[in-house]
Design a protein around this ligand. Sequence first.
Ligand code: NAP
Length: 276
Amino acid sequence: MTIPTVALNDGSVLPRLGFGTYRLTGGNGTRAIRSALRAGYRLLDTAVRYGNEPEVGEAIRASGVDPAEVVVTTKLPGRDHGYQATLASARESLRRLGRHRIDLYLIHWPLPRVGRYLDSWRAMIELREQGLVRSIGVSNFTEAMLTRLVDETGVTPAVNQVELHPYFPQRALRDFHAATGIRTESWSPLARRTELLTEPVLGRIARAHGVTPARVVLRWHVELGSIPLPKSVDPARQRENADVFGFALTPEEVEEVSALERGRIWGGDPETHEEF
Ligand SMILES: NC(=O)c1ccc[n+]([C@@H]2O[C@H](COP(=O)([O-])OP(=O)(O)OC[C@H]3O[C@@H](n4cnc5c(N)ncnc54)[C@H](OP(=O)(O)O)[C@@H]3O)[C@@H](O)[C@H]2O)c1
Protein backbone atom coordinates (compact mmCIF):
# COMPACT_ATOMS: atom_id res chain seq x y z
CA MET A 1 0.00 0.00 0.00
CA THR A 2 1.42 3.39 -0.98
CA ILE A 3 0.38 6.34 1.16
CA PRO A 4 0.45 9.68 -0.71
CA THR A 5 2.37 12.65 0.65
CA VAL A 6 1.66 16.31 1.31
CA ALA A 7 3.97 19.35 1.32
CA LEU A 8 4.99 21.24 4.47
CA ASN A 9 5.77 24.97 4.70
CA ASP A 10 9.52 24.22 4.87
CA GLY A 11 9.61 22.41 1.51
CA SER A 12 9.70 18.84 2.86
CA VAL A 13 6.85 16.35 2.63
CA LEU A 14 4.94 14.10 5.03
CA PRO A 15 2.79 11.04 4.34
CA ARG A 16 -0.91 11.93 4.52
CA LEU A 17 -1.42 9.28 7.23
CA GLY A 18 0.97 8.01 9.90
CA PHE A 19 1.26 5.39 12.61
CA GLY A 20 0.84 6.18 16.33
CA THR A 21 3.12 4.28 18.69
CA TYR A 22 1.84 5.27 22.14
CA ARG A 23 2.07 2.22 24.46
CA LEU A 24 3.95 0.14 21.87
CA THR A 25 6.93 -0.87 24.00
CA GLY A 26 9.19 -3.90 24.35
CA GLY A 27 9.23 -6.84 21.95
CA ASN A 28 5.51 -6.62 21.20
CA GLY A 29 5.90 -2.93 20.46
CA THR A 30 8.80 -3.52 18.09
CA ARG A 31 6.83 -6.23 16.28
CA ALA A 32 3.75 -4.00 15.93
CA ILE A 33 5.81 -1.10 14.53
CA ARG A 34 7.67 -3.42 12.13
CA SER A 35 4.39 -4.83 10.87
CA ALA A 36 3.05 -1.29 10.32
CA LEU A 37 6.11 -0.49 8.19
CA ARG A 38 5.55 -3.66 6.17
CA ALA A 39 1.90 -2.64 5.70
CA GLY A 40 3.10 0.59 4.06
CA TYR A 41 3.19 3.20 6.84
CA ARG A 42 6.12 5.58 6.38
CA LEU A 43 5.41 8.13 9.14
CA LEU A 44 6.01 6.93 12.72
CA ASP A 45 4.89 9.03 15.67
CA THR A 46 6.84 8.55 18.89
CA ALA A 47 7.85 10.74 21.86
CA VAL A 48 10.37 10.65 24.68
CA ARG A 49 7.37 10.23 26.98
CA TYR A 50 6.31 7.00 25.24
CA GLY A 51 9.59 5.37 26.27
CA ASN A 52 9.86 3.57 22.93
CA GLU A 53 12.35 5.47 20.79
CA PRO A 54 14.71 2.43 20.86
CA GLU A 55 11.85 0.18 19.73
CA VAL A 56 11.08 2.55 16.84
CA GLY A 57 14.71 2.52 15.69
CA GLU A 58 14.93 -1.24 16.03
CA ALA A 59 11.66 -1.83 14.15
CA ILE A 60 12.91 0.30 11.23
CA ARG A 61 16.18 -1.63 11.06
CA ALA A 62 14.36 -5.00 11.25
CA SER A 63 11.65 -4.11 8.72
CA GLY A 64 13.65 -4.39 5.52
CA VAL A 65 12.33 -0.95 4.53
CA ASP A 66 14.93 1.62 3.42
CA PRO A 67 15.44 3.74 6.61
CA ALA A 68 15.68 6.87 4.45
CA GLU A 69 12.06 6.29 3.37
CA VAL A 70 10.77 6.40 6.94
CA VAL A 71 9.79 9.71 8.52
CA VAL A 72 10.25 9.63 12.30
CA THR A 73 8.55 12.15 14.55
CA THR A 74 9.61 12.49 18.16
CA LYS A 75 8.64 15.01 20.80
CA LEU A 76 10.40 17.08 23.43
CA PRO A 77 9.14 16.23 26.95
CA GLY A 78 8.14 18.88 29.47
CA ARG A 79 11.11 18.12 31.71
CA ASP A 80 13.49 19.29 28.95
CA HIS A 81 11.95 22.69 28.18
CA GLY A 82 14.53 25.47 27.94
CA TYR A 83 17.22 26.30 25.36
CA GLN A 84 20.17 24.16 26.48
CA ALA A 85 17.95 21.34 27.79
CA THR A 86 16.24 21.08 24.39
CA LEU A 87 19.57 20.85 22.53
CA ALA A 88 20.67 18.05 24.90
CA SER A 89 17.31 16.27 24.76
CA ALA A 90 17.37 16.11 20.94
CA ARG A 91 20.81 14.48 21.02
CA GLU A 92 19.51 11.87 23.47
CA SER A 93 16.54 11.13 21.22
CA LEU A 94 18.86 10.71 18.23
CA ARG A 95 21.00 8.28 20.20
CA ARG A 96 18.00 6.23 21.36
CA LEU A 97 16.51 6.16 17.85
CA GLY A 98 19.87 5.24 16.33
CA ARG A 99 19.36 7.79 13.56
CA HIS A 100 21.41 10.74 12.32
CA ARG A 101 18.51 13.15 12.03
CA ILE A 102 15.05 13.64 13.54
CA ASP A 103 12.71 14.08 10.59
CA LEU A 104 10.03 15.96 12.53
CA TYR A 105 10.65 17.31 16.03
CA LEU A 106 7.73 18.62 18.08
CA ILE A 107 7.33 20.35 21.44
CA HIS A 108 5.00 17.80 23.07
CA TRP A 109 2.98 20.17 25.32
CA PRO A 110 3.31 23.97 25.71
CA LEU A 111 3.24 24.03 29.56
CA PRO A 112 2.37 27.76 29.77
CA ARG A 113 2.83 27.77 33.57
CA VAL A 114 6.47 26.67 33.14
CA GLY A 115 6.87 29.41 30.54
CA ARG A 116 9.84 28.09 28.55
CA TYR A 117 8.35 26.88 25.26
CA LEU A 118 9.73 29.91 23.41
CA ASP A 119 13.28 29.05 24.55
CA SER A 120 12.73 25.48 23.33
CA TRP A 121 11.44 26.78 20.00
CA ARG A 122 14.62 28.86 19.55
CA ALA A 123 16.68 25.73 20.25
CA MET A 124 14.68 23.77 17.69
CA ILE A 125 15.41 26.43 15.08
CA GLU A 126 19.10 26.00 15.93
CA LEU A 127 18.85 22.19 15.67
CA ARG A 128 17.34 22.58 12.22
CA GLU A 129 20.17 24.90 11.18
CA GLN A 130 22.67 22.32 12.44
CA GLY A 131 20.99 19.66 10.29
CA LEU A 132 20.12 17.45 13.27
CA VAL A 133 16.41 17.98 12.64
CA ARG A 134 14.64 18.27 9.28
CA SER A 135 11.29 19.84 10.20
CA ILE A 136 10.20 21.52 13.42
CA GLY A 137 6.74 21.85 14.86
CA VAL A 138 4.65 21.73 17.98
CA SER A 139 1.87 19.73 19.58
CA ASN A 140 -1.10 20.89 21.62
CA PHE A 141 -0.49 24.59 20.88
CA THR A 142 -3.36 27.10 20.82
CA GLU A 143 -3.75 29.88 18.27
CA ALA A 144 -2.36 32.42 20.77
CA MET A 145 0.71 30.27 21.50
CA LEU A 146 1.38 29.70 17.78
CA THR A 147 1.07 33.43 17.14
CA ARG A 148 3.58 34.14 19.91
CA LEU A 149 6.14 31.73 18.38
CA VAL A 150 5.84 33.34 14.97
CA ASP A 151 5.87 36.91 16.30
CA GLU A 152 8.96 36.31 18.45
CA THR A 153 11.07 34.23 16.02
CA GLY A 154 9.64 34.70 12.52
CA VAL A 155 9.57 30.89 12.15
CA THR A 156 6.19 29.25 11.62
CA PRO A 157 5.87 25.65 12.88
CA ALA A 158 5.54 23.13 10.05
CA VAL A 159 3.03 21.09 12.06
CA ASN A 160 0.73 21.37 15.07
CA GLN A 161 -0.31 17.91 16.28
CA VAL A 162 -3.53 18.17 18.29
CA GLU A 163 -6.40 16.11 19.60
CA LEU A 164 -8.74 15.79 16.64
CA HIS A 165 -11.52 13.28 15.93
CA PRO A 166 -15.24 13.45 15.10
CA TYR A 167 -16.07 14.23 18.75
CA PHE A 168 -13.59 17.15 18.67
CA PRO A 169 -13.20 18.45 15.11
CA GLN A 170 -11.19 21.59 16.04
CA ARG A 171 -12.78 23.79 13.35
CA ALA A 172 -11.38 27.15 14.50
CA LEU A 173 -7.84 25.89 15.04
CA ARG A 174 -7.82 24.09 11.66
CA ASP A 175 -8.93 27.30 9.95
CA PHE A 176 -6.09 29.18 11.66
CA HIS A 177 -3.58 26.50 10.58
CA ALA A 178 -4.81 26.71 6.99
CA ALA A 179 -4.48 30.50 6.98
CA THR A 180 -0.93 30.42 8.38
CA GLY A 181 0.50 27.43 6.48
CA ILE A 182 0.68 25.04 9.44
CA ARG A 183 -0.10 21.39 8.70
CA THR A 184 -2.54 19.76 11.16
CA GLU A 185 -1.88 16.28 12.56
CA SER A 186 -4.65 14.43 14.43
CA TRP A 187 -3.84 12.56 17.63
CA SER A 188 -6.27 9.93 18.92
CA PRO A 189 -7.86 10.09 15.44
CA LEU A 190 -10.21 7.22 16.33
CA ALA A 191 -11.00 8.86 19.70
CA ARG A 192 -9.14 5.90 21.29
CA ARG A 193 -11.98 3.82 19.89
CA THR A 194 -14.26 4.67 22.89
CA GLU A 195 -17.80 4.30 21.53
CA LEU A 196 -17.06 6.36 18.42
CA LEU A 197 -16.89 3.44 16.02
CA THR A 198 -20.43 2.33 16.95
CA GLU A 199 -22.02 5.69 16.07
CA PRO A 200 -24.95 4.93 13.70
CA VAL A 201 -24.01 7.68 11.25
CA LEU A 202 -20.58 6.10 10.74
CA GLY A 203 -22.20 2.69 10.18
CA ARG A 204 -24.50 4.16 7.53
CA ILE A 205 -21.70 5.97 5.66
CA ALA A 206 -19.47 2.88 5.94
CA ARG A 207 -22.14 0.68 4.35
CA ALA A 208 -22.63 3.18 1.53
CA HIS A 209 -18.93 2.91 0.61
CA GLY A 210 -18.44 -0.77 1.47
CA VAL A 211 -15.82 0.09 4.12
CA THR A 212 -15.56 -0.05 7.95
CA PRO A 213 -16.44 2.80 10.37
CA ALA A 214 -12.73 3.19 11.22
CA ARG A 215 -11.93 3.77 7.54
CA VAL A 216 -14.71 6.37 7.32
CA VAL A 217 -13.25 8.25 10.28
CA LEU A 218 -9.69 8.13 8.92
CA ARG A 219 -10.87 9.23 5.46
CA TRP A 220 -12.72 12.12 7.17
CA HIS A 221 -9.36 13.31 8.57
CA VAL A 222 -7.84 13.15 5.09
CA GLU A 223 -10.80 15.11 3.67
CA LEU A 224 -10.20 17.79 6.33
CA GLY A 225 -6.55 18.00 5.23
CA SER A 226 -5.28 16.67 8.56
CA ILE A 227 -2.77 13.83 8.95
CA PRO A 228 -4.25 11.10 11.20
CA LEU A 229 -1.93 8.96 13.34
CA PRO A 230 -3.96 5.83 14.18
CA LYS A 231 -2.39 3.29 16.52
CA SER A 232 -3.08 -0.43 16.35
CA VAL A 233 -1.16 -3.48 17.57
CA ASP A 234 -3.03 -5.70 15.12
CA PRO A 235 -1.64 -6.21 11.57
CA ALA A 236 -5.13 -6.56 10.04
CA ARG A 237 -6.38 -3.34 11.68
CA GLN A 238 -3.13 -1.60 10.68
CA ARG A 239 -3.83 -2.48 7.03
CA GLU A 240 -7.48 -1.47 7.36
CA ASN A 241 -6.55 1.92 8.81
CA ALA A 242 -4.06 2.75 6.05
CA ASP A 243 -6.50 1.79 3.29
CA VAL A 244 -8.28 5.12 2.91
CA PHE A 245 -6.98 6.47 -0.38
CA GLY A 246 -9.25 4.46 -2.70
CA PHE A 247 -12.56 6.15 -1.83
CA ALA A 248 -13.79 9.62 -0.92
CA LEU A 249 -16.53 11.11 1.26
CA THR A 250 -18.97 13.68 -0.09
CA PRO A 251 -18.96 17.16 1.49
CA GLU A 252 -22.32 16.25 3.09
CA GLU A 253 -20.84 13.08 4.62
CA VAL A 254 -17.89 15.08 5.96
CA GLU A 255 -20.36 17.47 7.63
CA GLU A 256 -22.39 14.59 9.08
CA VAL A 257 -19.26 13.14 10.70
CA SER A 258 -18.20 16.58 12.00
CA ALA A 259 -21.66 16.96 13.56
CA LEU A 260 -20.73 14.27 16.12
CA GLU A 261 -18.84 17.06 17.93
CA ARG A 262 -19.11 17.05 21.72
CA GLY A 263 -15.63 17.88 23.12
CA ARG A 264 -12.32 16.44 24.22
CA ILE A 265 -12.20 12.74 25.19
CA TRP A 266 -10.13 13.53 28.31
CA GLY A 267 -8.84 16.66 30.01
CA GLY A 268 -6.05 17.45 27.58
CA ASP A 269 -6.48 21.21 27.66
CA PRO A 270 -3.20 22.85 26.48
CA GLU A 271 -3.73 25.78 28.85
CA THR A 272 -3.66 23.54 31.92
CA HIS A 273 -2.44 20.02 31.08
CA GLU A 274 1.04 19.30 32.44
CA GLU A 275 3.23 16.27 31.86
CA PHE A 276 6.96 16.09 32.20
N1 NAP B 1 0.75 14.72 20.92
C1 NAP B 1 0.03 14.22 21.90
O1 NAP B 1 -0.11 14.85 22.96
C2 NAP B 1 -0.61 12.89 21.72
C3 NAP B 1 -1.58 12.44 22.64
C4 NAP B 1 -2.18 11.20 22.42
C5 NAP B 1 -1.81 10.43 21.32
N2 NAP B 1 -0.83 10.87 20.45
C6 NAP B 1 -0.43 10.07 19.25
O2 NAP B 1 -1.58 9.68 18.54
C7 NAP B 1 -1.54 8.27 18.35
C8 NAP B 1 -2.93 7.70 18.23
O3 NAP B 1 -3.72 8.01 19.36
P1 NAP B 1 -4.21 6.91 20.40
O4 NAP B 1 -3.25 5.78 20.41
O5 NAP B 1 -4.47 7.66 21.66
O6 NAP B 1 -5.65 6.48 19.88
P2 NAP B 1 -6.36 6.05 18.48
O7 NAP B 1 -5.36 5.79 17.42
O8 NAP B 1 -7.46 7.02 18.24
O9 NAP B 1 -7.05 4.69 18.94
C9 NAP B 1 -6.31 3.54 19.27
C10 NAP B 1 -7.28 2.49 19.79
O10 NAP B 1 -8.19 2.12 18.74
C11 NAP B 1 -8.08 0.73 18.47
N3 NAP B 1 -8.17 0.56 17.01
C12 NAP B 1 -7.26 0.92 16.09
N4 NAP B 1 -7.69 0.67 14.84
C13 NAP B 1 -8.92 0.12 14.97
C14 NAP B 1 -9.87 -0.36 14.04
N5 NAP B 1 -9.64 -0.31 12.72
N6 NAP B 1 -11.03 -0.87 14.52
C15 NAP B 1 -11.27 -0.91 15.85
N7 NAP B 1 -10.42 -0.46 16.78
C16 NAP B 1 -9.25 0.05 16.35
C17 NAP B 1 -6.74 0.30 19.01
O11 NAP B 1 -6.78 -1.04 19.45
P3 NAP B 1 -5.72 -2.14 18.86
O12 NAP B 1 -4.34 -1.61 19.12
O13 NAP B 1 -6.06 -3.36 19.64
O14 NAP B 1 -6.03 -2.27 17.39
C18 NAP B 1 -6.58 1.24 20.22
O15 NAP B 1 -7.29 0.73 21.35
C19 NAP B 1 -0.77 7.77 19.58
O16 NAP B 1 -0.34 6.44 19.44
C20 NAP B 1 0.33 8.79 19.63
O17 NAP B 1 1.31 8.49 18.65
C21 NAP B 1 -0.25 12.09 20.64
